[in-house]
Ligand binder design. Structure first.
Ligand code: PBG
Length: 331
């Protein structure tokens, strides 16, 4: 009896050994393509855990610099710090966000002084500094678009002056990319890049991040400025505007539940696409693997790979250091 069936195509031939599987691997996640978001707090020698984000900490500047140093050694060269601001420094106008000697602006200056070769991406939005916890200026319970732009511009300019390589508006106000581009150019900062949070959705996956910064909105939600999770065509409108207004990167956020949005932008625009693998996506892997329900390293790798496969050129991820350490040890 002949058990051999005549098959011309046997796709399993390309899976028959690890060497061949490596040979035909289509997608690679390199540490050089990862951006590490970090949390900065006041003080000295402070390293405070974030309960909903195991292995991620709020660092005072001295320890943040040490953490950056460790990351650089495993091949992570791009960082996106976010400040946790004391309540007494918050106000309705986010005044603290553009002060020369504030926690964040000082930190930018110091990081670039100690690590001139790293790429530093700074956050432009009002929420960490606002008593209202919203990304824009609030009046009569509404988020006021155009007046917010003036505040965001002061913030971005202060960050550029301190040495930021890229400013990243995460606020979702209309027209902010163009407004920031013009402000930076007029001040001579033509080389400061803009990474636009292009398609940022009003997502439930930001919960742990808001714990980390105590930045949850004090009233309402962010649905009048962040996008409705049901929409992908609207992402095309945002991407078109950000491109015309001078963005250097287009970002999709969150990543995992929005792989189709990443793919759509990748197929239709030629700017590099960034994806933000957000705090809730991180927390899901951590909690399930701590329970023994998922294999941590395999889940992390599969998650990052899927985001790249969908079309992201770069990924902001809290896994950056762990992933880079893992691949370094494999080699
Ligand atoms: C706000 C901002 C948020 C994140 C980055 N910038 C949260 C929000 O919009 O409320 C979330 C990042 C994460 O969840 O990892 N400007």
């Amino acid at each position: 009896m002949n058990h051999i069936i005549n098959l011309t195509q046997r796709p399993r031939r390309n899976r028959k050994s690890q060497v061949i599987r490596n040979l035909v691997q289509e997608t690679h996640v390199l540490p050089s393509q990862l951006i590490y978001p970090m949390f900065l707090i006041e003080g000295n020698n402070q390293k405070i855990p974030i309960v909903s984000m195991p292995n991620i900490y709020r660092y005072s500047l001295d320890l943040l610099l040490e953490e950056i140093n460790e990351c650089v050694e495993v091949g992570i060269k791009t960082f996106a710090p976010f400040p946790a601001i004391s309540d007494h420094l918050k106000d309705e106008l986010a005044t603290e966000s553009y002060q020369e000697n504030s926690l964040y602006i000082n930190a930018i200056r110091e990081i670039k002084k100690q690590f001139p070769d790293v790429c530093l991406i700074t956050d432009v939005a009002m929420d960490p500094y606002s008593t209202q916890g919203h990304d824009g200026l609030v009046r009569d319970g509404k988020i006021i678009n155009d007046e917010t732009l003036e505040i965001l511009a002061k913030m971005a300019l202060a960050q550029a002056q301190a040495g930021a390589d890229m400013v990243a508006p995460s606020d979702m106000m209309d027209g902010r990319v163009g407004y920031l581009r013009k402000t930076l150019d007029n001040a001579g900062f033509t080389e400061t890049s803009i990474m636009a949070y292009t398609a940022k959705y009003a997502s439930a996956f930001y919960g742990p991040f808001r714990d980390a910064l105590s930045s949850a909105p004090r009233f309402g939600d962010k649905k009048t400025y962040q996008m409705n999770p049901t929409n992908v065509r609207e992402a095309m409108i945002e991407a078109q505007l950000d491109t015309e207004e001078g963005a250097d990167f287009l970002m999709v956020k969150p990543a995992l539940a929005y792989l189709d949005v990443i793919k759509t932008l990748k197929d239709n625009f030629d700017l590099p696409i960034a994806a933000y693998n957000v705090s809730g996506e991180y927390a899901m892997v951590k909690s399930a693997s701590q329970n023994g329900w998922l294999d941590h390293d395999r889940t992390m790798t599969e998650m990052l790979t899927s985001i790249k496969r969908a079309g992201a050129d770069v990924i902001l991820t809290y896994f950056a250091k762990e992933y880079a350490t893992l691949v370094k040890n494999i080699k």
